[in-house]
Design a protein around this ligand. Structure first.
Ligand code: FBP
Length: 261
């Protein structure tokens, strides 16, 4: 498992591209004619120098074969659509074996602590951790507190709790929504133990604002990013990826990389 983790994290840092929004949000919300094509995204992952690409199983099965060996993929084992407005629940959509067969380096799992369906997801997560570790595959956890027991999903207490859940359940990387509270992120990292913490990107925003958020999270101790919309919705995704790479892997400042824009 450590061996596979080091394929995604270089010197404890990683920049991961997320492309699961086609299932999670649907085409109308995030896509245009350019970025609805998975090949466009695979090209960004390769040319932009990403350390890994997150996809759902269907995309992995049909598109990864020609990129195998170029960059690792993280196949998500769970998913939901944005159509169902009942309690948040991310259903199992792929097995660890199927993900391994399609060449996944790691598997992804979405967990919504605070949902009334939390127990079902937790049982599934426990099984996935056990199975994935048998295969030597790390588990990347989306730990997003949501549902009828959560009133404000952006508090620091919940950010730290979300990370801690991963540590307690045995996940290897936890992907969090960073709320902008630097001290809170430090507390969260302290509660994450040996897990690596990566931050999500969120809605597409201004390039400087996005890169500043990333820089602050890294400076506070996060290991990297797992971002999607801010990259592939950008007019110049490769240029943005190179800037991101300099911030994540070369310790460059936002001011310096912004000179390229
Ligand atoms: P973004 O950088 O585009 O926000 O992607 C991160 C991510 O966690 C995706 O993996 C996932 O599809 C999406 O955010 C979930 O978004 P939401 O908060 O709307 O459920």
């Amino acid at each position: 498992m450590e061996r596979n983790l080091s394929k995604i994290f270089k010197k404890d840092r990683s920049m991961i591209l997320a492309y699961d929004q086609g299932l999670e949000h649907g085409p109308k919300i995030d896509f245009n004619l350019r970025n609805c094509d998975p090949k466009f995204i695979f090209e960004i992952a390769e040319k932009g120098g990403f350390d890994a690409l997150i996809v759902e199983p269907g995309i992995a099965e049909k598109y990864y074969s020609e990129y195998r060996g170029k960059f690792p993929i993280i196949v998500k084992l769970t998913g939901r659509t944005s159509l169902n407005k009942t309690e948040p629940y991310s259903a199992m959509i792929c097995s660890v074996k199927r993900a391994a067969d399609m060449g996944a380096t790691a598997v992804g799992f979405v967990f919504y602590p605070g949902s009334s369906r939390e127990a079902d997801m937790m049982e599934n997560l426990a099984k996935v951790v056990e199975e994935a570790h048998d295969y030597g595959m790390p588990v990347v956890l989306w730990s997003y507190p949501r549902g009828s027991f959560i009133t404000d999903d952006s508090t620091t207490d919940l950010m730290a709790y979300a990370a801690r859940i991963g540590l307690e359940l045995g996940t290897d990387v936890v992907k969090l929504r960073y709320n902008g509270d630097i001290d809170g992120l430090k507390w969260t990292l302290a509660n994450s133990g040996k897990q690596k913490v990566v931050v999500a990107g969120g809605n597409k925003t201004d390039t400087r604002e996005f890169l500043t958020m990333v820089k602050k999270a890294l400076d506070a101790g996060a290991s990297g990013v797992a971002v999607g919309r801010n990259v592939w919705k950008n007019e110049q995704p490769i240029k943005l990826s190179h800037a991101l790479h300099k911030i994540v892997h070369k310790e460059e400042s936002v001011d310096k990389v912004m000179k390229d824009f």
